[in-house]
Design a protein around this ligand. Sequence first.
Ligand SMILES: Cc1cc2nc3c(=O)[nH]c(=O)nc-3n(C[C@H](O)[C@H](O)[C@H](O)COP(=O)(O)OP(=O)(O)OC[C@H]3O[C@@H](n4cnc5c(N)ncnc54)[C@H](O)[C@@H]3O)c2cc1C
Length: 393
Amino acid sequence: MPAARSAVVVGAGIGGLAVAGALARTGWRVTLLERSERLRGEPTALLLWPGGVRALHALGLGRGLAAIATAAPDRGLRRPDGQWLVSPRAEPAGADREPLLVHAEDLHDTLFAGLGDQLEIRTGVTVRGPATGDRPAVTDGRHTWTGDLVVAADGLDSVLRPRVARCSTVVSAGATAWRAVIPWYRAPRLPADLATDGHTYRPGYQFFSASLGDRGSAGASRRGGRYWRATVTGAPRPEPPATQLDLLRRWFDGWHAPIGELLAATEPDDLLQRELRVVRPAPSRYAAPVGDGALVLLGDAAHPLAEHLGQGACLALEDAATLVAGVREAVPGAPLRAAVAGYDAARRARVAEVLRRSRRLAATGPLARRPPAQARRRDRAAAAATDWQPPPG
Ligand SMILES: Cc1cc2nc3c(=O)[nH]c(=O)nc-3n(C[C@H](O)[C@H](O)[C@H](O)COP(=O)(O)OP(=O)(O)OC[C@H]3O[C@@H](n4cnc5c(N)ncnc54)[C@H](O)[C@@H]3O)c2cc1C
């Protein structure tokens, strides 16, 4: 067992929680810094692709997954009038090829439970940037935190990214997404024979919905309900949520059932609006050596949002599993720098492949002018989400 090594993790989103807990469990002394006053998940849902699920298992967090996740197999792609553009698969692709759906707060609870009690958590700390010195360090302007490793898991607007990738900036992807989870007790009762889940598309507009199941069903502890996501070309709306909801009801008026029923059952407080943004140019590296240690980018801080397949959280979990496997035994100096260089190379290659495939999908996908010409394209892009295997560790 190497001598005690220390890490400072900035940001307690999915990526930060996953890596902080896993580093602490492998003997690192970890300080987790988060600008919010409370650690909490977003009131939304996430598709967990097989790569993300494997990463959770590699991080030692997979056991609780069965209790919170619902299968979300491919349900095809429709036009607003209900006509199929891509029919649902006749045969399921299999558990290791299709995503699960989880409530983001349930996933957050799972990651939070995995933090253990050996790590220091500091909330209400807004990191302003890296601190100068011969060791990796960050500062909030008053205090400085130093470690052998600083992990920047501070999301898309990362204040630490410029230290590693100076030229990369965040730009709008030209679309806005609204998401909601209608809790199980308010979710509309839908006819059993209605095709309720899946994607619906017309140029500039996309709607996706899937069930989170019933609360506590099958002995599970999950929150339950019905998740939907609407993506519309254009800027975010400045109006209050009730007006945004009215707009969504107008935009999606006349779309096939149960889209109208879902929007009618949604309350303004359920609504989460988010502009889709990407990092351009993509960082040419995810880590920079500092003295005997390194500053490492992870999750949305590292890579642009691969939203077209909704994979950002899964990539963050893969990042965490890859980084922890690499640095598990590494001591500061050449071994740690080599481990971090390995992380950098492995993750850049992986993310480049996912982006290549999801951009190809985006060029013909929901926000494009034409629908995907062939189911094959969707399959190729989805395959990128499924074919990742954790490094041995
Ligand atoms: C509409 C939409 C749908 C999506 N659907 C999916 C999906 O189905 N599946 C999927 O895998 N992904 C999905 N994603 C992507 C996913 O939500 C993100 O990629 C993921 O949450 C990124 O996690 P993260 O930990 O890297 O960053 P974040 O979740 O952004 O966490 C960053 C944390 O850092 C903190 N922080 C920020 N700055 C500072 C600072 N200066 N000092 C201290 N703390 C700071 C923040 O408060 C936050 O807690 C979706 C995204 C969108 C927008």
